[in-house]
Design a protein around this ligand. Structure first.
Ligand SMILES: Cc1ncc(COP(=O)(O)O)c(C=O)c1O
Length: 395
């Protein structure tokens, strides 16, 4: 365990009741999701109702729908609600651990359908490249613009040049800049090529802020979108793990339905076998608790704070990316992103980086208030001044 250097031996005697006290003490040493100084991760504190749902259904096996019928129903209801939100009320779907498992599962389903290669923007999440390695699928990398959004013509050029039977994977909510690939533009150029959408970050934000700002379309309303994934533990205010992968085509969905005769139930869903129902119950609870109105309020506020952060960063001499979703990559023309990142971490701000653009990344999740952003930017400005003055002195 990080921070522990003792050699751990398997205990001869059990600690009994002391175990929980020990764990409580250990847990107090690390932050929780949604910590005030957590600005990098695309995660926040789970809603209390979602956490409770998770705890209750942790003891149910989603892979045993005959014994745990309610859990199976919760999956179907969650899939139906999300399908309705994302333009296909008839979508079918499976529960996953999160974005990476969804990408792996979606690509597997496509490979089984005869697509042996996939076209992905250079800016796709690392898990996509990892999944292709696992599945031994060939990758063709498409160009992206300065915001890391796919260049649709580059996808068309690859489709024309390659003789492979390729699918396309696009992102709705890029990991480094938050931008949504223009899925409709890609569809219009290559309407016969199936598109998977990795909406791990944007899937549960974009539908709720669309009323107030213009965003690229990316869901099942576009004919060639055949699968779409989203994550409860990123933006559905659930605990980890909670992912859903939706399929808009029965044939693809059927590729992740497996036989399970020995359990007395004929069918088993997705790549894992035993799987906790907590992942689904927690997302079901968040959706039912908040409804569209609740999500609109929460992410409307995140966007207002993101817009505020963008304007203030500009006025302080930084070059932030414009927030399409509540995520900003902060660059400075004189300062290296990695130096900023480590200086910020040293004083307690947990930021991530946006390596493709050489900056630091902040995600304005529901626990991030305007006061937190102001305190963060004050520190950032101070650090930038320090670095500049020490560089001037050294010259
Ligand atoms: C766009 C995107 N897809 C997939 C993932 C992987 O998700 P997970 O960590 O839940 O596996 C991430 C993680 O940040 C992501 O940003």
């Amino acid at each position: 365990m990080p921070g522990h250097i003792e050699v751990c031996k398997f205990p001869e005697k059990g600690l009994r009741d002391k175990v929980f006290d020990l764990l409580n003490e250990l847990s107090g040493r690390e932050p929780e999701l949604g910590d005030q100084r957590s600005l990098g991760p695309m995660m926040s504190a789970p809603l209390p109702v979602s956490l409770k749902a998770h705890m209750v259904f942790l003891r149910r096996n989603l892979n045993d729908p005959h014994w745990f019928r309610v859990s199976a129903d919760l999956l179907h209801e969650t899939v139906a609600m999300l399908g309705d939100l994302l333009g296909n009320p008839e979508a079918q779907g499976v529960s996953t651990y999160g974005g990476s498992e969804s990408n792996l599962t979606a690509l597997y389903a496509l490979r089984e359908a005869g697509y042996e290669s996939v076209i992905v923007p250079r800016s796709a999440h690392t898990s996509v490249f990892k999944a292709c390695r696992v599945l031994r699928m060939r990758i063709f990398v498409a160009d992206v613009d300065e915001e890391l959004r796919v260049v649709p013509e580059s996808v068309r050029a690859i489709v024309r040049e390659t003789k492979d039977n390729s699918a396309i994977l696009l992102t709705a909510g890029n990991t480094e800049t938050g931008v949504i690939d223009d899925v409709r533009a890609v569809h219009d150029l290559v309407p016969d090529t199936p598109i998977l959408v990795d909406a791990a970050f944007g899937g549960l934000i974009a539908p709720f802020i669309r009323g107030t700002r213009k965003l690229p379309d990316f869901d099942f309303r576009i004919d060639s979108v055949v699968a779409l994934s989203l994550d409860g533990h990123k933006t559905g205010l659930t605990p980890i793990p909670s992912g859903i992968l939706l399929f808009g085509m029965e044939d693809l969905y059927n590729n992740v339905v497996f036989e399970s005769e020995y359990m007395g139930s004929e069918k088993q869903l997705s790549l894992l076998w035993t799987r906790t129902a907590a992942s689904v119950a927690s997302l079901w609870a968040s959706i039912k608790y908040l409804g569209r109105e609740g999500f609109e309020k929460i992410y409307g506020e995140c966007m207002r704070i993101a817009d505020y952060a963008y304007e203030r960063l500009l006025s302080e001499g930084f070059s932030p990316t414009r927030p399409e979703l509540p995520l900003i990559c902060i660059r400075h023309h004189e300062l290296s992103g990695i130096e900023l990142l480590w200086r910020l971490r040293k004083i307690g701000w947990y930021v991530y980086s946006c390596p493709s653009l050489g900056g630091v990344k902040i995600t304005i999740m529901p626990h991030v208030t305007k006061e937190i952003i102001d305190a963060f930017i004050d520190d950032l400005v101070r650090i930038a001044k320090d670095i500049r003055s020490s560089t001037t002195l050294n010259n």
